[in-house]
Design a protein around this ligand. Structure first.
Ligand SMILES: [Zn+2]
Ligand SMILES: [Zn+2]
Length: 305
């Protein structure tokens, strides 16, 4: 008999002598401390400062740094990436995150600033190990259409899972929950809650004021981190607030989460998916919102859960 096949038996006998169950001898698998890295924090207009003469765009053009933003995307360690588009690879590289560190891709909705099928396929091929992608029906259809245009030898090991709002599923060491966003009439745009062993977070973009069912579904959560979109900053024109938030909405969402203790005492609240044209640039905005306990996310920001 091969020594390896003897081992469980020997271990069993040894444990019996010690009065231990075999499981008690096996070391608990170490789960690394979870953290997030914002790979991108911009809205769909990240190119606008290249040409727009307004004050905000001019400031971004002249100062760059944290004022510039890639398309919104969040890395959640271990193993999860939420949204991935054409600026995703650059975001990973700047943060020093290898494609091998990503096992599961969650997509919020099919808009190009959140989901780029060619970029996703390139990432999956670079990773060279199976990658799972979860998204709504429109997102999965977009990916499938793109895969059909590729030869068999170019298709990566990518497993696709279609979800609707209100579903829960395992994602490696995480439990993921989908919540309904309020973003577009033609698809089930999704928000995600990720629950780890002891920590959890909400990622809420793109969305306007939450649907009533989403507030209800959040009732079961005790969040360490809430990340909410604030696309239009202090703008209050109603035509802008169809499907996206502004800061007055963001403040109320934060107040709701804090007062209902859905955000744990000591939990942190971040705003992301910020329009470069409509929001003040980071340098001016971050100190102002910090006074209200709102952290303005920037590309490359890392936060422990
Ligand atoms: Zn967007
Ligand atoms: Zn969108």
């Amino acid at each position: 008999m091969h020594p390896a096949t003897l081992f469980p038996t020997c271990l069993g006998l040894f444990s019996l002598l010690l009065g231990l169950s075999p499981g008690a001898l096996a070391a608990e698998p170490e789960t690394p401390d979870p953290y997030v890295v914002f790979l991108g924090t911009g809205a769909a207009d990240i190119q606008r400062p290249e040409t727009d003469p307004c004050d905000n765009c001019t400031y971004v053009r002249q100062h760059g740094g944290r004022n510039a933003r890639r398309y919104s995307s969040l890395f959640v360690s271990p193993g999860v990436l939420i949204d991935y588009s054409v600026t995703g690879r650059n975001g990973l590289e700047s943060a020093g995150i290898a494609p091998a560190a990503i096992d599961h891709l969650l997509i919020t909705h099919s808009h190009g600033d959140h989901c780029d099928p060619a970029a996703i396929v390139a990432l999956a091929r670079e990773k060279n190990k199976p990658l799972s992608l979860t998204g709504n029906a429109n997102t999965v259809a977009r990916i499938e259409e793109h895969l059909k245009t590729l030869g068999a030898d170019q298709r990566p090991a990518l497993t696709l899972q279609t979800v609707k709002p209100g579903e829960e599923f395992a994602l490696g060491p995480w439990r993921a929950k989908t919540l309904a966003a309020n973003h577009i009439p033609t698809e089930d745009a999704l928000l995600y809650v990720l629950r780890g062993q002891h920590k959890s977070l909400l990622y809420a973009t793109d969305t306007g004021w939450f649907p009533v069912g989403t507030f209800a579904a959040l009732g079961a959560e005790r969040l360490d981190l809430a990340i909410v979109e604030g696309t239009f900053g202090e703008q209050t024109q109603p035509n802008l607030l169809v499907g996206q938030m502004n800061f007055p909405f963001v403040r109320l969402i934060r107040q709701f989460l804090v007062e209902s203790k859905r955000l744990k005492p000591g939990g942190r609240f971040f705003v992301t998916h910020l329009s470069l044209h409509f929001c003040e640039p980071y340098d001016l905005l971050a100190p102002r919102l910090a006074a209200e306990d709102i952290v303005v996310a920037y590309d490359g920001l890392r936060a422990d859960l």
